[in-house]
Design a protein around this ligand. Structure first.
Ligand SMILES: N[C@@H](CCC(=O)N[C@@H](CS)C(=O)NCC(=O)O)C(=O)O
Length: 248
């Protein structure tokens, strides 16, 4: 039995939901409420000491970290494989996965927090702000840097540059093939989707203007049943925060 502890709007959770749906796997969808800090309770930290979602429970055994979970699912359920058979192609896919984790997945957090999540810290007293930061097991430095006003303009600009670099590299790969690693979608395609969807949600789709191969890939991705199942109502920041409805 598969149970996914996740959050509707979490991009890391979306990577795993995309994989589960694309592979046609049924799972128990257990939602973790960030505002209620359910990801920081002792019970949740016993499953995932990093205090982040998603966590997969496979017959009660935790499997952690979104990209690791994606690879695990593809190994344990080899039907409808999302990993190339050839070792060299597999290495190329893993390089994409590494790049996606190290570059766009980190970069998208800066506009996400600046435009959306930092608002929940604005009215905290100095004491509560400190407590909120201290509770973030692995993220204290990140939350400290954000403070109550968000990340600096320089950090924001650098993040947008990294997102631009991502879609530019994708466009070059997609000029050669329909999908990032060849003629069929792989884990790499699904791993980057939540960043792209969040960019659009934040009003940042201008970053991929003039990239035709990327645009074709994005159109095709949005028509996949797995994409439609992953993004149910309430999964986007613009579904939740009224001031973002205009930008998305
Ligand atoms: N490397 C981890 C990162 C997970 C992660 O950062 N999750 C975010 C949501 S996308 C989270 O739980 N954040 C909670 C917080 O900031 O307190 C993974 O890919 O699973």
């Amino acid at each position: 039995m598969l149970e996914l502890l996740n959050n509707p709007i979490s991009t890391c959770s979306q990577k795993v939901r995309l994989t589960l749906h694309e592979k046609g796997l049924s799972f128990t969808d257990t939602r973790i409420d960030f505002r209620a800090k359910e990801h920081l309770t002792p019970e949740y930290l016993a499953i995932n000491p990093d205090g982040v979602v998603p966590s997969l429970l496979h017959d009660g055994q935790p499997v952690l970290d979104s990209s690791v979970i994606m690879e695990y699912l593809d190994e344990v359920y080899p039907d409808r494989s999302l990993t190339p058979a050839d070792p060299l192609a597999r290495a190329k896919m893993r390089k994409w996965l590494r790049f996606i984790e190290e570059v766009p997945t980190l970069a998208i957090r800066i506009p996400s927090f600046n435009q959306v999540f930092v608002r929940h810290r604005k009215d905290l007293s100095a004491d509560d702000l400190k407590k909120d930061t201290e509770a973030r097991t692995l993220r204290r430095t990140f939350y400290n840097e954000m403070g109550r006003d968000g990340f600096s303009d320089a950090r924001h600009a650098e993040s947008l540059e990294r997102l631009r670099e991502t879609v530019t590299r994708m466009d070059a790969a997609l000029a050669q093939n329909d999908w990032l690693c060849g003629s069929a979608p792989t884990l790499a395609d699904f791993c980057v989707v939540p960043t792209i969807d969040r960019m659009r949600d934040l009003g940042l789709s201008h970053i991929w203007e003039g990239l035709p191969h990327f645009a074709r890939w994005w159109d095709a991705m949005q028509q996949r049943p797995a994409y439609l199942a992953t993004y149910y109502p309430g999964t986007r920041v613009s579904d939740i925060y009224d001031d973002l409805k205009e930008t998305a």
